[in-house]
Design a protein around this ligand. Structure first.
Ligand code: SAH
Length: 329
């Protein structure tokens, strides 16, 4: 819901300022319509329903996997596609994966979003409406900005959304912002009061290979990115999660694990190995054996390593897969 539009509308209707807060409290608690907001006068509920769209987004498609993962393809009012995912874990965690942009200006070769055309930055309301979509389905408590887009290239809107996520049940400590290594954004996050978690998409320890997979590495080289992460840690004392997507025959050898261990300080970084969800890129995921050997080598060097649970693979829940599929028809 566009709360600026709501506020203007309430002012035009001559309503007191506290109405905005009332509407937001209902919305953040999972209300599905103005009609349900029973502490608002009926005529006001009707007037709001006419003047303020309940969501800035419409649902174009929804896919549900047997593991409880729900993925939605959404659309902005001006027709831009984006995706969001709800992941349910056995320990009861309900985690959201949100998009910060429609499409992405970066062109990581393995990523379905990177192959699409960049649309635009999403507004804070468009980011919050993804979370509210799922909040209407279930209580939620964790969030990662690992959907479409580079959140640190749209940091004002991401931070504005993060300031309101606690009202939905998602604290900043349970919110992670994932970046390709956009240094100005890492620096701003380090100076920011919100205790957000930082995740770094690393994918290759060697500069040549990283530039081949992630062209942004030419602009912000890995050594500089790691130095920025170290400053973030010095300031916030929060461990940084390194994401490393496992690509068969590309970045998954034991020697490459050793190279990775050599550049990461284990007191600052933990590695999360990501089984690759194959997309139309032609790249293949590593075998479970290769992933286990890679993880063991990192551990041997004292670096904490986990293998990400794959959720929703049967519904193409990886970054950009639904939107890219819809664009292909
Ligand atoms: N731009 C940010 C956030 C979006 S991508 C970033 O790059 O960190 C979130 C994560 O999903 C990244 O680590 C990305 O490498 C990973 N990813 C992208 N495509 C994937 C795929 N097909 N399979 C598995 N992980 C993928």
């Amino acid at each position: 819901m566009d709360l600026d539009l709501l506020e203007r509308t309430l002012a035009e209707l001559g309503e007191p300022a506290y109405r905005t807060r009332q509407v937001w409290q209902w919305t953040a608690a999972g209300a599905a319509s103005f009609e349900q907001m029973t502490n608002l006068p009926r005529r006001l509920r009707v007037a709001l329903a006419e003047a303020v769209p309940f969501s800035t987004l419409t649902v174009e498609d929804e896919a549900r996997a047997s593991d409880g993962t729900v993925k939605v393809l959404l659309q902005t009012a001006d027709g831009r596609p984006l995706e969001a995912v709800l992941m349910r874990y056995r320990d009861g965690r309900r985690s959201l994966c949100l998009s910060s942009q429609s499409g992405c200006p970066l062109t990581c070769t393995f990523c379905a979003t990177g192959q699409m055309r960049f649309g635009r930055n999403l507004s804070a309301w468009e980011i919050l409406d993804q979370a509210l979509h799922f909040r209407r389905m279930t209580p939620v408590d964790h969030c990662v900005f690992m959907g479409m887009g580079e959140p640190l290239m749209n940091l004002d809107a991401v931070l504005a959304a993060c300031r309101r996520l606690p009202d939905l049940g998602i604290s900043s400590r349970h919110t992670a912002v994932s970046t390709v290594g956009w240094i100005p954004g890492i620096e701003r996050l380090a100076a920011e009061a919100l205790p957000l978690r930082l995740a770094l998409s690393l994918h290759a320890a060697s500069p040549e290979l990283r530039s081949a997979l992630m062209p942004v590495n030419d602009r912000y080289p890995l050594a500089d990115v790691l130095a920025a992460c170290e400053r973030f840690y010095a300031r916030k004392r929060r461990r940084i999660f390194v994401e490393y997507v496992m690509l068969k025959g590309v970045n998954d050898s034991v020697g490459q694990a050793r190279e990775l261990a050599a550049i990461l300080d284990p007191t600052i970084f933990k590695v999360n190995l990501i089984p690759y969800n194959p997309t139309a890129t032609g790249l293949e995921g590593s075998t479970p054996g290769a992933i286990a050997a890679f993880a063991a080598e990192l551990e041997r060097h004292g670096l904490g390593a986990t293998v990400r649970l794959t959720r929703g693979r049967e519904i193409a829940a990886a970054c950009g897969q639904l939107a890219a599929g819809a664009a292909r028809g």
